[in-house]
Design a protein around this ligand. Structure first.
Ligand code: F0G
Length: 452
């Protein structure tokens, strides 16, 4: 890493041994024990008067009508909760400000009467990564880096490439060859990144990146970067604003490298410490059965040591076997009373189609939330009269291949799931190829009505 310049009063704390160091003297891991770091909050020198809950809520609301880029950003609008850029302006694409939708069809399916989606796929590059990227890329530029880099399953790289371009930095992307969606790959090409399809999986890309960092000054923008998580915290502030500062009973998130769940948890902890809220929502994390290291870590090792897996899932965004932030995520589950669950490939595909049929849509990794919720309701962990927010992490257009194959009915052809996939049929809407005649279209409509 080797940041090159600038005085910064941000402090980082090691999540393992608790050692606190100024950011200018830190890499991405603790010098003493090698564990991950997190930004210490409140920030040094922050007058407690600046953190009065009533004044903060009013200030954040007021900024909504401002024309300044940093106020129009749904991340920097909450800048009292973020490390300070001093006099520098952030690199912003006006990220955040994402909608909270009621899910009526999914509510009927799950029996959960108050069911919402916080759609982070509505960010500028189509995923929640933008909320973290605006912060971390701004710090990279402030620290004088020319190059930024990440290993990615596609969304981090798309986001990083965009923010690097906006900030006048070069970007290096390492993605697993053939294992990310074309939509995501095309984004990082368009934004001008040096995009390497590496012949390995995500965990292998991460190992290569760790080697590169030792050889050249390059700023790592994966979620082990504590500044990324600071930005990702803001979804929780925004959500609480949308709920008039009354937390829902449950928040359900997908788990990949486990940065997002960690960021959410940190945000709720800080809001509670400041008196912005009085209780925690239960934060639960859902993984794909074939990429379930956190589930196994808890069930097989009681959370004591990480069980790495060889990850395999069609929800390629969360195809991660050795998640970096597993300890942070465990802490959040414990603090908020949340749980973990895993869902099958067919369950993910069905849930994605149901979110689509609700007129919302999302990418496969986001749909694990609904699939997981169904299980949590069945287990009695979530009660029908409790309020639930699903965090949808990526836009439906991120992975059109998956969606097309689903509706054509060949998503699971030739796989072990072919028989189970029969339950998907009622949700499939294959495109219809017709002669150019009114009768042909009317016949198709008649057929469709019978089907519904
Ligand atoms: N959902 C989507 C759409 C993602 O892209 C990711 C992670 C996750 C969920 C999981 O979030 O890693 O914070 O637990 N994507 C990363 C990437 C790994 O490289 O784009 P997490």
């Amino acid at each position: 890493m080797a940041p090159t310049s600038q005085l910064d009063d941000t402090l980082l704390r090691c999540i393992g041994c608790g050692a606190v160091t100024p950011v200018a003297e830190s890499g991405l891991n603790c010098d003493k024990c090698g564990d991950l770091l997190e930004v210490v909050f409140p920030h040094p020198g922050m007058a407690s008067g600046k953190l009065d809950p009533g004044s903060l809520k009013a200030l954040w609301k007021e900024r909504r009508s401002s024309r300044l880029p940093q106020d129009q950003s749904g991340v920097w609008r909450f800048r009292e909760m973020l490390p300070s850029l001093g006099k520098e302006l952030p690199i912003t694409l006006r990220e955040g400000n994402t909608p909270l939708y009621e899910l009526s069809l999914c509510s009927r399916i799950t029996g959960v009467r108050q069911l919402y989606a916080k759609h982070q796929g509505m960010n500028p590059t189509g995923s929640f990564k933008d909320t973290g990227m605006t912060v971390a890329s701004s710090f990279a530029r402030k620290d004088g880096f020319r190059w930024v880099a990440c290993a990615s399953t596609g969304n981090t790289s798309a986001s990083m490439a965009a923010y690097a371009a906006r900030g006048g930095m070069y970007s290096l992307v390492l993605i697993p060859e053939g294992k990310i969606s074309w939509g995501k790959l095309s984004q990082s090409l368009d934004y001008g990144a040096v995009t390497c399809q590496v012949k390995t999986d995500f965990d292998g890309c991460m190992r290569v990146l760790n080697g590169i960092v030792k050889r050249m000054p390059i700023y790592v923008l994966n979620s082990i970067n504590p500044f990324r998580l600071e930005g990702q915290k803001t979804v929780a502030f925004e959500l609480m604003e949308q709920f008039d500062w009354q937390p829902p009973d449950h928040i359900v998130v997908p788990g990949g490298n486990l940065g997002n769940s960690s960021a959410l948890g940190k945000a709720f902890q800080e809001m509670k410490d400041l008196g912005l809220i009085t209780r925690f929502p239960k934060i639960s994390i859902i993984q794909a059965e074939g990429a379930n290291p956190l589930v196994r870590t808890i069930r097989e090792k009681g959370g004591k040591e990480l069980v790495s897996v060889k990850a395999e899932t069609m929800a390629t965004a969360i195809r991660i076997g050795s998640p970096a932030s597993w300890k942070k995520a465990l802490r959040i589950l414990e603090a908020t009373g949340g749980t973990v669950e895993q869902v099958s490939e067919v369950e993910i595909a069905l849930a994605k189609a149901e979110i689509g049929a609700d007129g919302i849509g999302c990418e496969p990794a986001s749909a694990v939330t609904l699939a997981g919720l169904k299980k949590l309701v069945k287990q009695g962990f979530v009660k029908p009269d409790e309020s639930v927010v699903l965090v949808l992490t990526g836009h439906v257009l991120k992975d059109p291949d998956f969606t097309l194959k689903f509706h054509r009915g060949d998503l699971f052809t030739g796989t072990a799931y072919e028989k189970d996939a029969q339950i998907l049929k009622p949700r499939q809407r294959a495109p219809i190829v017709l002669e150019a005649s009114v009768d042909a279209v009317l016949n198709a409509l008649e057929h469709a009505e019978k089907q519904n």
